[in-house]
Write a new protein. Structure first.
Length: 155
């Protein structure tokens, strides 16, 4: 009886190794996918925060485009956009000034038929996925937006 059991276990020794070789790649892809999804959520939140920072800056009286001279309006727009780019660079996200759009005359609905003007910032970013190069998964387009009501600056 003992000889039969030893022979049975000896025949199944390699089965565990084969099963592990089949399961480990699946678990590894699943783990990388979870980590990548977490990084995508983190970067989306950072984009939202950068858009809020730009919108907050654009409602300040010193950055009001409508009250500035025509020559200074482009400088003010670029300063607001640069603030957003710098915020993202601090978090190791690199974008160009052209990926940031600014509208200081955006219509904001306050509810009850009341509306006012606000500053709207949009930030676009294409994030490559960790295992997506050459796969059907391409870069993921993330977009952060924020709109703040203009208190002292109106178009």
């Amino acid at each position: 009886m003992r000889a039969w059991r030893k022979r049975q276990y000896k025949d199944q020794r390699g089965a565990v190794l084969v099963e592990m070789a089949l399961v480990v790649p699946i678990l590894l892809v699943l783990f990388v996918g979870i980590v990548d999804y977490g990084l995508i959520l983190r970067e989306y939140q950072i984009l939202q925060n950068a858009a809020r920072e730009g919108a907050r800056l654009s409602i300040l009286p010193a950055y009001c485009i409508s009250s500035a001279a025509a020559a200074d309006q482009a400088k003010i727009r670029d300063a607001i956009k640069q603030r957003v780019v710098d915020y993202l660079a601090h978090e190791q996200i690199t974008i160009a000034l052209t990926d940031v759009t600014l509208d200081q005359a955006a219509l904001v609905d306050l509810g009850g038929g009341v509306s006012t003007f606000g500053s709207k910032i949009s930030v676009s970013y294409n994030r490559p996925v960790l295992i997506g190069n050459g796969w059907p998964f391409g870069p993921i387009a993330l977009k952060g937006e924020a709109t703040f009501r203009n208190l002292e600056c109106s178009p």
